[in-house]
Write a protein that binds this ligand. Structure first.
Ligand code: SF4
Length: 141
């Protein structure tokens, strides 16, 4: 389906069209924030926390980045190695929080125009909850 065809659909109709194309743009240079639950889930699958978590100076846990991409990104296959159990922030993406604008869709995502207002609102609520949790976990460290 081309862009014109997508635009021709009503918002409700293309609500389900936001499927990741695995372009990997969002996995480059990212250091996605992690909740304790994200970390536990990845550890539960056998990944060593020391290899994928970096704590920044504010106590936030972040995904490590190696050679400009997330440690879980397989550049050869253009795939996230942990896609099924990827962190919640990665699931919510391309909905992000901007300090200036609040909940927005990241303009880096090539599929940014396929996400409906309803979806942005729904994912935005999840994101706010996630950020509250991550904030309180960082404060407790
Ligand atoms: S965990 Fe997966 S989806 Fe999230 S940034 Fe890393 S490679 Fe991308």
């Amino acid at each position: 389906m081309n862009c014109a065809a997508i635009k021709a659909l009503k918002e409700e109709e293309y609500i389900l069209l936001m499927h990741c194309s695995h372009c990997g743009i969002c996995c480059e240079k990212t250091e996605m924030m992690l909740s304790n639950m994200d970390i536990e889930q990845l550890e539960g699958m056998g990944y060593d926390k020391r290899k994928f978590v970096r704590y920044d100076r504010y106590g936030f846990a972040r995904l490590k980045n190696r050679y400009g991409v997330c440690v879980f990104y397989d550049a050869e296959k253009c795939r996230c190695k942990v896609y099924e159990i990827r962190p919640v922030g990665c699931r919510i993406y391309p909905v992000i929080y901007s300090e200036r604008e609040g909940i927005v869709v990241d303009t880096l995502c090539p599929l940014q125009n396929t996400i409906s207002k309803r979806e942005i609102k729904r994912e935005g609520k999840k994101l706010i909850k996630l950020l509250w949790r991550i904030d309180s976990e960082a404060l407790a460290r």
